[in-house]
Design a protein around this ligand. Structure first.
Ligand SMILES: CC(C)(COP(=O)([O-])OP(=O)([O-])OC[C@H]1O[C@@H](n2cnc3c(N)ncnc32)[C@H](O)[C@@H]1OP(=O)([O-])[O-])[C@@H](O)C(=O)NCCC(=O)NCCSC(=O)C[C@@](C)(O)CC(=O)[O-]
Ligand SMILES: NC(=O)C1=CN([C@@H]2O[C@H](COP(=O)(O)OP(=O)(O)OC[C@H]3O[C@@H](n4cnc5c(N)ncnc54)[C@H](O)[C@@H]3O)[C@@H](O)[C@H]2O)C=CC1
Length: 424
């Protein structure tokens, strides 16, 4: 069944009504969403198998972003986040992108790097050539570690040898370039790196030290672009101002860090929802933000097209997988993957990149127009009211007062509560 992600008014529904709309609009059975109930999600026993010294599990809200079209196909996007307005913002931007056909995405092959560091090499330049001469032998040795990966069409694709000038010596660093197919790939490439290290030491005539993947996944890139209709954004001045805002992020690292945080609001939420490694994706993104000019800058770009509409473009390293890691063992992650309906790691990475671009656009549009506080803080007001002690019955009244008074602050929430309760 084709998914229809154009769902309006989800915010006004109860949780069970939202679930009913989702199962009606996507190819998932209602029972598959039952694991989203806290009492049916990750069990203590499952958690105890995942990490060490387990004493409990942490619940994070799982929302669904609507309106996404990627490469002509609709997706409902599971997002795990503690931050208010993230899911709303992604849905809002996807709604605008949809007018011009949604997001177009592409990806490289899923290539990860593992590094093998060699120390105490007397002749680093000659050692580099000796290692490159042994390319076929090293590839065969590494490939022999992972027959399942080979059967899936993956395996080592190349060997590079970098000479890294470091204090006191030149380090010889061999890179194994591995096609990890649908895995995130860390365990797969780490096993290979450890397996070839002895032979690398012999050939280089040195001592191997670190044998680990690089989180600078610069050969595993996902790209997303979209046209955002000028009228739906608020007019030509808004387009120009978003371009001005993006220009500051390109030029100024103080702004770039916040701009990129806005992108990661979306990216990390989907990475987490699907049980993937958030730190790996974040490390990759921030190293990519330094880019080829050696200066930290924005990951995305916004420009005005010939028709006066806004065009957004985003490229990100994307080390995510569908086999291995928590994705396969966490029941909620499995439900999230089923809801997304992705079948390859590359497809997952492309959708995540589209979400990153949407998230970025929503935030920058808010900043370039009314400011972040109205949209974000009116949703954050619920947290503030609960923190101040509002009961479920008092909540709507307190939230509405905080928003109308444009004072979304704990002290004001306490004042409003005292007033409501006839105190003071
Ligand atoms: C918050 C909005 C979307 C309101 O925007 P709005 O224009 O008031 O929204 P609306 O009521 O007209 O609704 C438009 C659509 O937005 C979605 N939507 C709207 N409200 C909800 C809701 N409650 N629950 C679910 N979905 C919602 C929904 O898709 C809805 O369509 P509909 O369903 O009506 O057909 C807008 O102001 C916005 O996009 N703001 C940006 C918020 C944001 O970026 N938050 C992230 C936290 S701030 C941060 O960490 C990053 C930052 C900002 O520093 C990054 C940077 O500096 O670049
Ligand atoms: N620096 C980092 O980012 C590090 C991350 N990790 C962790 O490593 C885990 C991910 O490692 P993985 O190697 O992805 O997991 P994994 O080792 O659990 O699964 C990958 C394996 O699945 C098999 N496989 C089956 N079907 C496949 C297919 N279609 N495509 C690819 N492989 C297939 C292959 O044998 C492959 O080696 C994550 O939990 C991550 O947090 C571990 C060490 C360092």
């Amino acid at each position: 069944m084709a998914v229809n992600s154009r769902l309006s008014g989800m915010k006004d529904l109860s949780i069970s009504e939202r679930r009913a709309r989702i199962t009606h609009s996507a190819a998932v059975e209602p029972e598959s969403l039952e694991v989203l109930d806290p009492e049916h999600g990750l069990t203590l026993e499952q958690a105890d198998h995942m990490v060490e010294n387990v004493i409990g599990v942490l619940g994070i809200p799982l929302g669904v972003a609507t309106n996404f079209t990627v490469n002509g196909r609709d997706y409902l996007i599971p997002m795990a986040t503690e931050e208010p307005s993230v899911v709303a913002a992604a849905s809002n931007a996807a709604r605008i992108a949809r007018i011009a056909g949604g997001f177009a995405t592409s990806t490289t092959e899923p290539l990860m790097r593992a590094q093998v560091q060699v120390l105490d090499v007397a002749d680093p330049h000659a050692a580099r050539l000796r290692l490159l001469e042994a390319r076929a032998e090293l590839i065969a040795l590494a490939d022999a570690q992972d027959p399942r990966l080979l059967r899936s069409g993956g395996g080592v694709r190349d060997v590079e040898v970098h000479l890294v000038p470091a204090p006191g010596a030149t380090h010889v660093v061999l890179h194994l370039i591995v096609d990890v197919r649908d895995a995130m790939g860390a365990n797969a490439v780490n096993t290979m790196a450890e397996a070839i290290a002895g032979r690398v030491a012999e050939i280089a005539r040195g001592r191997t030290l670190l044998r680990i993947l690089s989180n600078k996944a610069d050969l595993r890139l996902c790209r997303a672009r979209a046209v955002f209709d000028a009228g739906a954004l608020g007019g030509p001045e808004v387009v120009d101002d978003i371009v001005h805002a993006a220009a500051l992020a390109e030029a100024d690292p103080y702004r770039a860090a916040t701009h990129n945080k806005g992108i990661m609001n979306g990216v990390t939420a989907v990475v987490l929802a699907t049980g993937n490694d958030t730190r790996a994706v974040e490390a990759g993104a921030h190293s990519h933000a330094v880019g080829r000019y050696g200066r930290y800058t924005s990951l995305s770009h916004f420009e005005k097209d010939a028709d006066g509409n806004l065009v957004g473009a985003l490229e990100l390293p994307m080390a995510v997988g569908l086999v291995g890691g928590a994705t396969k063992v966490h029941p909620v992650a499995q439900a999230a993957v089923a809801l997304l309906g992705v079948t390859t790691a590359r497809q997952l990475g492309e959708v995540i990149t589209a979400v990153g671009l949407a998230q970025n656009l929503a935030a920058v549009r808010a900043l370039a127009t009314e400011g972040i506080q109205r949209g974000h803080m009116s949703l954050h007001a619920r947290n503030v009211a609960v923190t101040a002690g509002a009961t479920p019955e008092e909540l709507p009244l307190v939230v509405s007062r905080l928003v109308t008074d444009r004072l979304v602050r704990a002290d004001h929430a306490e004042e409003v509560l005292a007033e409501l309760r006839g105190e003071g």
